[in-house]
Ligand binder design. Structure first.
Ligand code: SF4
Length: 102
């Protein structure tokens, strides 16, 4: 089987996630669902984390969605009261979970 760019070895689309802090309410639901990916900072807003646990605070910063955590990250996007968690395909930046998903 030939792997396409932007897909994992099983052929699943690689996904990434970012948070629009301007809309974050700071309730912490995302960090409860997926603490490996989301964390609240002392400013009371949620941020995505890098694979080595570093908070990524540049506006629009993305982090890869580990396939094992996809369900938790997708649920976070669905439940987010601020509608500000965006999960998109790496290959074409199309949003698959979040307020701008089809
Ligand atoms: S669930 Fe949404 S609104 Fe709540 S802390 Fe996370 S990003 Fe912010």
């Amino acid at each position: 089987m030939q792997n396409e760019a932007g897909a994992d070895p099983e052929g699943r689309d690689l996904l990434e996630v970012w948070i629009d802090q301007d809309l974050c309410t700071g309730d912490g639901i995302c960090a409860q669902y997926a603490p490996e990916v989301f964390e609240l900072d002392i400013d009371g807003l949620a941020y995505v984390k890098s694979g080595d646990d570093e908070l990524l605070q540049t506006p629009g910063a993305t982090t890869p969605v580990p396939p094992t955590l996809l369900r938790d990250v997708a649920d976070s996007a669905k439940e987010c009261p601020g509608d500000c968690i965006h999960v998109r395909r790496v290959s074409d930046s199309v949003e698959v979970y979040g307020p701008d998903a089809a």
